[in-house]
Write a protein that binds this ligand. Sequence first.
Ligand SMILES: Nc1nc2c(c(=O)[nH]1)N[C@H]1C(S)=C(S)[C@@H](COP(=O)(O)O)O[C@H]1N2
Ligand SMILES: [Mo]
Length: 199
Amino acid sequence: MSIVTRGFRGRRDDSAKDLPPGQYLTHDFPVLSAGPTPRIPLDRWTFTITTETGVEHEWRWDDLLALPSDSPTVDIHCVTRWSKLQTGWKGVSLDTLLEDVETAADYALVRSYGGYTTNLPLEDLLDGKAWLAYEYEGDPLEPAHGGPARLLVPHLYFWKSAKWARGIQLLIEDEPGFWENLGYHDYGDPWREQRYQGD
Ligand SMILES: Nc1nc2c(c(=O)[nH]1)N[C@H]1C(S)=C(S)[C@@H](COP(=O)(O)O)O[C@H]1N2
Ligand SMILES: [Mo]
């Protein structure tokens, strides 16, 4: 008895199980920006974590590059329904950035150069789930995709991955960001299809 095979298929060709509900696979890298691309000279770039009591932890560009980095390969899911599998990044884990930050906050509001904001529970930035990414597929992150550095939080819809990241405000009370104020879901889990408020 023979089993008909259609030849070897890599796991990633059989991608249906890697796609959250309502998503389709794309091989492009679409650009989605709610405004113009800000240009931040590296010698003026800073990233600041501000605690709920106002304590600031600031990194300049050279500080960021001097920190230990990770090279995660992750699937990303945009609420406009495209997903991209196995994308390769380099960046600093938020665990590293938050290591010496003393806080009692449960929430984070991420702020971008250009004014974009997005909120998420602080725990979603911890335990190897989020990075401040500055390379994509081996190259410096392009400005259109959030360079010099963007947040990368692949387990939530991609609007949570703030491009041109400038800092994080730690908060005792949750505070909606840009899309969350416009009716998008507060949390945004693609596997539970949390696209809009009430989903
Ligand atoms: N600062 C900023 N970050 C942002 C956005 C934005 O408009 N401004 N768009 C979000 C949305 S909706 C998505 S899907 C992704 C798109 O990232 P990309 O343009 O690299 O594909 O960035 C997210 N981060
Ligand atoms: Mo998006």
